[in-house]
Design a protein around this ligand. Structure first.
Ligand SMILES: [Cu+2]
Length: 270
């Protein structure tokens, strides 16, 4: 068990070494978690799944090596004719069942938390299009924001390739954001790895999920449902700011992204 503990500490530490909101060269593990949910997912991975997977792999490798050396034809010229062993057969049925139960309990807990939306402070609606996302803030009036990917020539940092968009989803820090997700054409998926959010955008249907980000910063994700030839070019970019900055941004956004009232245009044309 000591070696399993060492391995799991190593795996957890790799996640810390590569901590950032962007993927890193040679990154082996998750991005730093930005939500409590993602921290739970990472702990589940590092302290339950990885030790079990590692132990099973080592056990199978050990058994293979044992059989290879102990029962090769030079050491064991006359093969045994044994066909059944009740005790071993019961063990190799019961042990995997117990392991699956050990995995299932924390897994279902995380699934329940991710599917149960707490009282939300703000609601955002995301609509997937081939190939960009539109965001609406129904609590704050009638405006919509299109977020298109920036071309390589427009980037401030080459590391942001395929991640940076011209407009950002702005949300306040430490607030429960309820996200409604739908699509205008084909299946897309709204994903931010650091939030543990991945929700399909389905035409004609509204899915919902939520996140509460613990730290200010910019978080990146990409469409995660193969949606067509430009699937890789519809990234997601969430800027998490203080409540004051968010209030200021909302005032700016209401004017900057206001939808054009067609009645007003008609009246003006008369
Ligand atoms: Cu897509």
């Amino acid at each position: 068990m000591y070696i399993i503990k060492l391995i799991s500490i190593f795996l957890a530490s790799t996640a810390l070494v590569f901590a950032d909101t962007l993927p890193k060269d040679w990154q082996l593990s998750f991005q730093e978690p930005a939500t409590d949910l993602m921290a739970d997912v990472m702990n589940f991975h590092s302290y339950i799944l990885m030790p079990i997977i590692t132990a099973i792999s080592l056990l199978v490798l050990g058994l293979l090596l044992f059989v290879y050396f102990r029962f090769n034809s030079s050491k064991n010229p006359v093969a045994s004719t044994t066909t059944h062993n009740t005790l071993i057969e019961i063990l190799w049925t019961v042990i995997p069942v117990v392991l699956l139960i050990i995995i299932a309990i924390p897994s279902f807990r995380i699934l329940y938390v991710s599917e149960t939306i707490p009282d939300s402070d703000i609601t955002i609606k995301a609509t997937g299009h081939q190939w960009y996302w539109t965001y609406e803030y129904p609590d704050y009036g009638d405006f919509a924001i299109d977020a298109n990917m920036l071309d390589d020539s427009e980037l401030s940092d080459p590391k942001l390739r395929l991640l940076e968009t011209d407009t950002q989803v702005v949300v306040p820090v430490n607030k429960v954001v309820k996200l409604l997700i739908t699509s205008n054409d084909v299946l897309h998926s709204w994903t931010i790895p650091a939030f543990a959010v991945k929700m399909d955008a389905v035409p004609g249907r509204i899915n919902d999920t939520w996140f509460k980000v613990n730290n200010e910063g910019v978080y990146y994700g990409q469409c995660s449902e193969l949606c067509g030839p430009r699937h890789a070019f519809m990234p997601i970019n969430v800027k998490v700011v203080s409540q004051e900055e968010f209030d200021e941004w909302i005032e700016y956004a209401k004017v900057e992204y206001a939808s054009v009232d067609k009645k007003q245009i008609k009246l003006a044309a008369r």
